[in-house]
Design a protein around this ligand. Sequence first.
Ligand code: BGC
Length: 782
Amino acid sequence: MKNIYLLFISINFLGAAFAQAPQLGKNPIKEIVAAMTLEEKAKLLVGNGFKMPGMKPPAGGPVIGQTQDKVPGAAGTTFAIPRLGIPSIVVSDGPAGLRIDPIRNGDSSKTYYATAWPIATLLASSWDTALVKKVGAAFGSEVHEYGVDILLAPALNIHRNPLGGRNFEYYSEDPVVAGNITAAIVNGIESNGVGTSIKHYAANNQETNRNTVNTIVSERALREIYLKGFQIAVKKSQPWTVMSSYNLLNGTYTSQEYDLLTTILRKEWGFKGFVMTDWFGGKDPVAQMKAGNDLIMPGTPQQSARIIAAAQHDSLSAKVLDENVTRVLEIILQSPTFKGYKFSNKPDLVKDAAISRMAAADGMVLLKNNDAALPISKKTNKVALFGNNGYDLIAGGTGSGDVNKAYTVSLVQGLAGAGYSVDNGLKNIYTSYLSAEKIKHPKKGFIEEFMHPTPPIAEFVADNNLIAQKAGDADVAVIAIGRNAGEGSDRKLAGDYFLNDTEKVLIKTVANAFHAQHKKIVVVINSGGVIDVAEWRDEVDAILMAWQPGLEGGNAIADILSGKVNPSGKLATTFPVNYKDVPSAKNFPGKEFPDQAVTGMMGMKQIPAEVTYEEGIYVGYRYYNTFKVKPAYEFGYGLSYTNFTYGNLTLSSTSFNGKLTATIAVTNSGKVAGKEVVQLYISAPSNKLAKPTEELKAFAKTELLQPGKSQTIQFVITADDLASFDTKSTSWIAEAGKYTVKAGASSEDIKKTATFELSKDIVTEKCNKVLVPQVEINEMKK
Ligand code: BGC
């Protein structure tokens, strides 16, 4: 209270301009709320509208104050009430970098570029919370220095299906990874005194019909898979805000669902900030207020009018409205804008680029490395680089998760920078092809691109003679295969998840030609998500999953290919052998009801749809391991240029008494320095509840271990880690019986195990019976 009081004293200083500012007493927010008119409240709870280049804000839209233009390109602002000293604050995307306009008023003498960080899936694949926190701290400094108050990120929906169009913005198929990585980045970003908005809450795992789809999911799968990451993030980082999602959840729009936003988020988990909608999400502003969705974004005057009318006609109580207002005000009072921070518009982009490069290399995953094809020896005279993406790297995905960066280091530049001689003939052929193709597709505006995405440039067809000639000249072949996706649509199987024919022929022909000369071939995958590898992986010597590695991507890939950095990333999402093995394959992206379609915003057709999560809790490795379906590369998998040996796994006790510690030493038994990700899985007894064979409960990354060096890792296991959600009693229960703790280098590669007993069931938490599906779900059973 004292803090807020002091802040309000500063309002009075700040706002000598606010002649009518009330005299503030001991409970200033309460007094401010009491001093607000109904109209002011209704406007504070609804953003200032959406301003796009070349587009006017909605007719009659309240563009109050000058802040609408404070940060051009930002996604939105809140309503200012100068007479009460309440400024407008600025929110902007995320999650791969701060998304703002780089050039203002056509003046390119001064620019406002931001760092494109490696995408979320790459960051999660580092399994390195300390590193992710460091990225967050640097990211947040750009948010702060560019005058933004709240970053609309991170995003942590579960990778339910590899075709999810926004998977690159999300971390993992596993909520423990997603939740802990989220907490790390939130803590890093918010250490700058700016806010975050963890999104999209909840069960928003596809882009197809995203504004109309009803996600039907069991209480257990919700609690254990789709809400768990948010729960971990709220508990470990208490983000300033949460963004509700577009979809309906068991029949109700998430932004209108009291039990999601209030019963669970606030009452059960203790979330203290405010909730905002996704842009134009949900339908009923009054229901949103009642649900605890405090801020409607980007906001229209009609929404404020509906709130006012409902309050005047007693269908929205003053108490509810005041609670919403209070929560928004509490955050505004912490904002840099409120505090009068004089942002520089000059973040340290050079320092941040170095952090981005380091993080990018830390999360790349080496999938295959036969006969030590990698690292490519420095004695190599010439590298033949094939594939469009070798010359045109994809730094990050599309849509609101795109970043306006000053440059992207391509792979060809990265290889040259690392000291390799890259075949110039190929370079000329590819670069002229790409420039000619790009001219055919001039850059479109955001909305146009969103509605009609530009197709990727067709893969250049390298003929057999060219390939044979290069196999003679060069010492090694590198082929880059790229994929892009983003907001607005999901990925397709043909030519996207699967390689297209040109790519397959390219790999085969290059492999045959180079292998005939006893030379190696390396494939670099430059994709935001999983692609098929089963069809072609046997033809090549090494595969590096480089993801979309941000603006320093080419350098970071070269750091790995050259061995300057030893790869230490591990998959946080499974690569299946067949797409049809994916447990949600039958139910993605669900059913449509086209006869009920209506015309929505900007003339877009809105088709009611539903998707049923029949796989229940068996998502990702929980499915593959339990049902013994062998993936191509399993969850937690990733190779290194060195080897690690694991000592014994010791438990502090063989019987559980509220807490246990598990300790294990890891030794670098190879020849080069490296880092290992140690994963702790638990197999729980299943007397009452069916359980996945094992579930990840904790993880840690070692420091850079020199050859011969060891590090001892300790994990604490609590009762919460043993519990599963029992739908019948609506509680989390750790069942009595024998538990096996497994320390692994992946979900399949378990190195050491130890067991303990729990003598009696423990109910770790009794929850509210809420979000019950209205229809029966034919859930997958063990
Ligand atoms: C996206 C959000 C984003 C918002 C503002 C929406 O279309 O779903 O993730 O934060 O736009 O740009």
